[in-house]
Design a protein around this ligand. Structure first.
Ligand SMILES: Nc1ncnc2c1ncn2[C@@H]1O[C@H](COP(=O)(O)OP(=O)(O)OP(=O)(O)O)[C@@H](O)[C@H]1O
Ligand SMILES: [Mg+2]
Length: 260
């Protein structure tokens, strides 16, 4: 299998608290990988480690054949990222904000217009960032990640705060990117229903541990095995239930272990 990102036993410990626990991910090149888990599961922490924003306590990872930490800079050059809520210079326009990132990355001038167009912000490029709506700010964050069309995108809840049509538009955009320029996307969310509409593969994290990794079809198979329903339509609807049941089961097992 042609994996572009693999992690081996990736672990992050804050004092005594384990935020990410022995996490081994496998992300296929040219696909969309949905990274799921409830609040506090460790999604952002994992992504921050991949971006070199926080150091792993244990474990290692490889991105496009390059190893962390030896090739940290080369890795960073290949990744466009959107982590939590990106911040911008409020008194600069959207275009000016992107231009600052563009210059830091040493990209050609027209990459700003390209990114604005990709996220549908062309007509608002000259508006001050402080006058952007929440959805426009999310789009600007996404444009920042897309500058120079990097081969890998790491997007942490990019549809957070968007209205339903905004979520739909961003989803269509994200879904189109691998076909548009052959990139690989890792995207986090706590909504399986949202991710299943765009992801090829998914990883489910709970309390820092990877509970499941595989294709949506694998998860559907699990649903069938669990005897949730023989009816295909119902299975579709119950995928979210399986996801929630998986988390609940893990939480219950955890409580049981804690009691012993
Ligand atoms: N700097 C830090 N110091 C101590 N604990 C931290 C730190 N950063 C994160 N954590 C803890 O690590 C756990 C995982 O946090 P993380 O932000 O990775 O979760 P998440 O899956 O992204 O959640 P959400 O869906 O709410 O964004 C949480 O319990 C969080 O409080
Ligand atoms: Mg997070």
């Amino acid at each position: 299998m042609d994996y572009i990102i693999t992690t081996e036993g990736l672990t992050k410990k804050y004092k005594t608290f384990i935020s990410v626990n022995d996490c081994s991910l496998h992300i296929r090149k040219g696909t969309i990988y949905g990274f799921l888990g409830p609040n506090g599961a460790g999604k952002s922490t994992t992504m921050k480690m991949l971006l070199g924003l926080t150091a792993p306590t244990k474990g290692r990872f490889t991105i496009d054949g390059r190893r962390f930490p030896e090739d940290r800079l080369a890795i960073l050059k290949e990744i466009g990222s959107f982590i939590e809520s990106p911040s911008f210079y409020a008194n600069l326009t959207g275009r000016e904000n992107l231009d600052i990132i563009r210059r830091i990355l040493g990209l050609p001038k027209d990459s700003v217009d390209d990114a604005l167009e990709l996220v549908g912000l062309t007509e608002f490029g000259n508006r001050l960032a402080k006058k952007y709506s929440l959805g426009m700010k999310q789009r600007l964050g996404l444009a920042g990640a897309l500058l120079g069309r990097p081969p890998i995108l790491i997007l942490d809840e990019p549809t957070n705060g968007l209205d339903p049509s905004g979520i739909h538009e961003i989803r269509i955009l994200i879904k189109s990117l691998p076909g548009l320029y052959n990139c690989t996307i890792m995207i986090s969310s706590h909504m399986l229903s949202e991710v299943e509409l765009m992801a090829d593969d998914i990883g489910i994290l709970n309390h820092g541990r990877l509970l499941f990794e595989g294709t949506l079809d694998d998860l559907r198979q699990n649903t069938r095995k669990a005897g949730m329903s023989a009816d295909h339509k119902l299975i579709e609807n119950q995928l979210e239930d399986v996801f929630l049941a998986m988390i609940e089961q893990d939480n219950a097992a955890r409580k049981q272990r804690a009691k012993l």
